[in-house]
Design a protein around this ligand. Structure first.
Ligand code: PSU
Ligand code: MN
Length: 304
């Protein structure tokens, strides 16, 4: 049986001729950011890439078909409030295919589809990870396991600060994911520049690209995670962050939210509870990562 993945002609051509391509996920605009800002951000991310001479490949599921390089119309279709779009991790792809659902792909499924399409670099906001309290709930994002076996390079502002960051770093180590700070040894905490954890650093897009090449040279299958902190003037006030997060966690537990609904619930609560401050930061985090991904993708296709 042939693989049922649609790849846009523009993306296929760019990959085939060795031009830089960056993959973008869709859960961030279908479930992560609030309307109507989400759609603006999806298009801004693509524009940033084009301005940098990089072909964007936004990935999502349209009527059951995993699609690499969504058109603007397709992005609008799966984003629509009444589209019934589901958050689609790797295990959800076959179900979405059978039921012909629209899907926003997570880091895990986006990485998988990008790799299948021959794309090596991908940008997101913040990776999923180990949720606080995971020792009793077992809630750990499928992003972690996915990145242990899909050789892409992901640019992310570390992992979401709604998570247990030290536990997530331990899991990433166990899983063999290569974690590097971008021009910093302080592991970023998504909404804040410094999670309090320390990592090794790369100092340039060229060095990041070289690490991905070295991984490939050793035939390792793990992802490289380039952790890029948000701009200083865009980070959320840490005190406000902690207060609103405590609130969000309480509400989630009272409402019995679990499974794949938890991350969108917490993010939405943060965005509302800070009067939009975390939303602005989330957007800045994401677009900053897209810019770095463009530079790394360009370095990756240039002669070392
Ligand atoms: N980055 C953001 N916003 C998001 C996400 C990432 O700035 O909404 C999404 C990604 O798609 C990631 C998902 O894979 O959150 C993690 O969800 P979970 O914790 O349920 O695995
Ligand atoms: Mn989860």
């Amino acid at each position: 049986m042939t693989e049922r993945i649609a790849i846009a002609d523009e993306v296929r051509a760019a990959v085939a001729s060795g031009r830089p391509v960056v993959a973008l996920e869709s859960t961030i605009f279908t479930h992560g950011l609030t309307r109507p800002r989400n759609l603006e951000v999806a298009f801004d991310a693509e524009r940033l890439l084009r301005d940098a001479g990089v072909t964007p490949a936004t990935i999502g599921v349209v009527a059951g078909v995993p699609t690499v390089g969504l058109s603007h119309d397709q992005i609008e279709i799966i984003e629509a409030a009444d589209a019934g779009t589901v958050k689609t991790g790797i295990r959800d792809l076959p179900v979405a295919a059978v039921k012909r659902l629209h899907g926003g792909t997570t880091v895990a499924s986006t990485a998988l589809l990008a790799h299948r399409a021959g794309i090596g670099v991908f940008a997101t906001g913040g990776l999923g990870g180990v949720h606080r309290g995971a020792s009793s709930t077992f809630d750990e994002s499928a992003d972690l396991v996915a990145l242990s076996s899909i050789p892409v390079l992901v640019v992310s502002a570390g992992v979401k600060s709604i998570l247990d960051v030290p536990a997530t770093l331990e899991r990433l180590e166990t899983l063999g994911v290569i974690v590097l700070g971008y021009r910093t040894t302080r592991f970023p905490g998504f909404y804040v520049r410094d999670s309090g954890c320390v990592v090794d650093a790369v100092d340039s897009p060229q060095e990041a690209a070289a690490v991905a090449r070295a991984r490939d040279g050793l035939a390792l299958r793990s992802a490289v995670l380039i952790a890029n902190p948000v701009a200083v003037d865009k980070q959320v006030d840490p005190a406000l962050h902690d207060r609103v997060l405590a609130d969000a966690e309480r509400e989630a537990s009272d409402a019995g939210v679990r499974g794949k609904g938890l991350t969108p619930f917490l993010l939405d609560h943060m965005h509302r509870g800070t009067g939009g401050a975390t939303l602005d930061t989330n957007v800045a985090v994401y677009l900053g990562n897209v810019e770095v991904a463009a530079e790394i993708a360009t370095a990756l296709v240039s002669t070392p």
